[in-house]
Write a protein that binds this ligand. Structure first.
Ligand code: BES
Ligand code: MN
Ligand code: ZN
Length: 499
């Protein structure tokens, strides 16, 4: 959807939206439109249950005095609650309520609300950002486009003071949205379209933005000793790949921050085969890599002053005559041997070699990995928080703060020697599962920690409950959520770019 800004003017067509505060308190814009329509807003408020609660909605269809198709009231809640996230979710409700009502254009008459924490161009830009994030849809495979479903809505104009300044403020946010949309697209694509080689090709497209992109072939990975990653992919007809993306926006001598993503383009479980019900969900088992790729796009798009490396391990986990067996022992790039107790605990095997590679080549200052790693994290935290594991309290705190600010929460989980013991193997250095199902997300994180060298600050974010959603939220439609792009973009902005 096209989003733009302009000076206030009554639109010739389409919907006209104005805000109403809690307890039916009209904003300046609403008061203006009420006058223009001969009191239509006050009459409608009297005749309805609309109170002005945040996100509440009331349509006044075909009012006299204006040529708009409708005047729509959106509840803003209390003025003091109008922070960034509230403005975004109001933008989201505007989209939700008008997407399917037949208008092709929305005009929002926006004026500063007294007592609101965010005002001016920043408020108008946030509103537009929310609208844009909510307007995302993945419908390329519907061959019969019907306006009932897609709504036909094409354009939103936020009418606010200093539209040029608003456009600039929105521009930076729109670059982040571009990254989020890429992640959502990649996660939503089916596994016959997105497999390791095709996903690597998507990464290559980032070179247009100035990202340096390298792809490691299976032969190259074999030479490097990546037996853990290659073991996972060996049952698939699709070659495994590793992609290294570098964005160098800070001085050449500055150590990078590294983002590592699990990219299992389809996870059948391998020989430890998953049950059929719900297996289609495993097309989004590349969600961690999707987030890393979207993040690199956002950072490069807005020319972030940071040196960032994004690494994704791309494999398909299939059962076949060449697939690895439960009980196989593989040697990782780190030299540590791993007993593969369960071929469905494959993500940690992929990440192990990616973590070793990124450390040996880049000596990063900080490492953050993202993965749809365990079903157990969904049992722990549901779909409200991602699981955060870290060997460093400062890093954990920075990520928690960033998540809070962006509405992409992380919740810290424990690590410790008693959990670590559970992944000792009788015949190799490490086993790839704990003993039984207890603490499944924690033993997975302990496994990753065995591949972190010299106490490098590291965080693992288990996004199994967050990468996909079956329920639409204000600014996140159903499907691939793009979770993590905002969180990590903010983490970079606050902790690397302000120094
Ligand atoms: N990709 C799955 C985890 C997952 C499950 C993500 C559900 C999203 C939704 C992962 O590879 C996996 O299969 N983990 C196993 C580990 C077990 C075998 C130790 C799990 O969680 O059951
Ligand atoms: Mn698995
Ligand atoms: Zn998996």
């Amino acid at each position: 959807m096209k989003v733009s800004f302009s000076e206030a003017a009554y639109p010739k067509s389409g919907a006209l939206v104005v805000g109403v505060l809690a307890d039916k308190k009209l904003t300046d814009s609403a008061r203006r439109v009420d006058k223009k329509t001969g009191g239509a807003i006050n009459r409608a408020l009297k005749a309805s249950k609309f109170k002005g609660r945040k996100g509440q909605w009331l349509d006044i269809v075909g009012p006299s005095g204006v040529s708009a198709s409708r005047v729509s009231l959106v509840g803003l809640g209390k003025a003091e609650g109008l922070d960034d996230l509230a403005l975004e979710s109001i933008g989201g409700s505007i989209h939700k309520n008008l997407a399917k009502k037949g208008d092709t254009k929305i005009s929002i008459l926006w004026e500063d609300v007294k007592g609101a924490p965010v005002t001016g161009k920043d408020a108008a830009a946030r509103l537009a950002y929310g609208l844009s994030l909510a307007s995302y849809s993945f419908d390329k495979y519907h061959t019969k486009k019907n306006d009932e479903d897609s709504g036909g809505l094409r354009e939103a104009v936020v009418m606010a003071k200093e539209p040029q300044a608003c456009t600039r403020a929105y521009g930076a946010l729109a670059k982040i949205a571009d990254g989020i949309f890429l992640t959502r697209d990649l996660v939503s694509e089916p596994a016959n379209v997105i497999f390791p080689v095709s996903l690597a090709k998507e990464c290559r497209k980032l070179s247009k933005l100035g990202v340096k992109v390298e792809v490691l072939s299976p032969a190259k990975m074999k030479k490097l000793g990546m037996g853990a990653l290659l073991g996972v992919g060996q049952g698939s007809a699709n070659e495994s790949q590793m992609v290294i993306m570098q964005w160098n926006g800070a001085g050449a001598r500055k150590k990078p921050v590294a983002f590592v993503g699990k990219g299992v383009t389809f996870d059948t479980g391998g020989i430890s085969l998953k049950p059929a019900a719900g297996m289609e969900d495993m097309k989004w088992d590349m969600g961690g890599s999707g987030t890393v790729i979207g993040l690199m796009k956002a950072l490069a798009g807005r020319k972030a002053k940071v040196n960032a490396v994004g690494i994704v391990g791309l494999v398909e986990n299939m059962p076949s005559a060449t697939a690895q067996r439960p009980g196989d022992v593989v040697t990782s790039m780190s030299g540590q041997t791993i007993e593969v107790i369960n071929t469905d605990a494959e993500g940690r095997l992929v990440l192990a070699d990616a973590l070793t590679y990124v450390q040996s080549r880049f000596k990063p200052e900080t490492i953050i990995d993202l993965a749809t790693l365990t079903g157990a994290i969904i049992i722990s935290l549901g779909h409200e928080y991602a699981g955060l594991f870290s060997n460093n309290d400062d890093l954990a705190a920075q990520l928690t703060v960033a998540g809070e600010a962006e509405g992409e929460g992380v919740w810290r989980m424990p690590l410790g020697p008693d959990y670590d013991k559970l992944i000792d193997s009788d015949i190799a250095d490490i086993r790839n599962t704990g003993k039984g199902r207890a603490g499944g997300s924690i033993t997975a994180a302990q496994f990753l920690l065995r591949f972190i060298e010299n106490d490098t600050p590291w965080a693992h974010i288990d996004i199994a409950g967050m990468a996909w959603s079956n329920k639409a939220r204000d600014t996140v439609p159903k499907g691939g959520t793009g979770y993590g792009v905002r969180l990590l973009n903010r983490f970079v902005a606050d902790n690397y770019e302000k120094k």
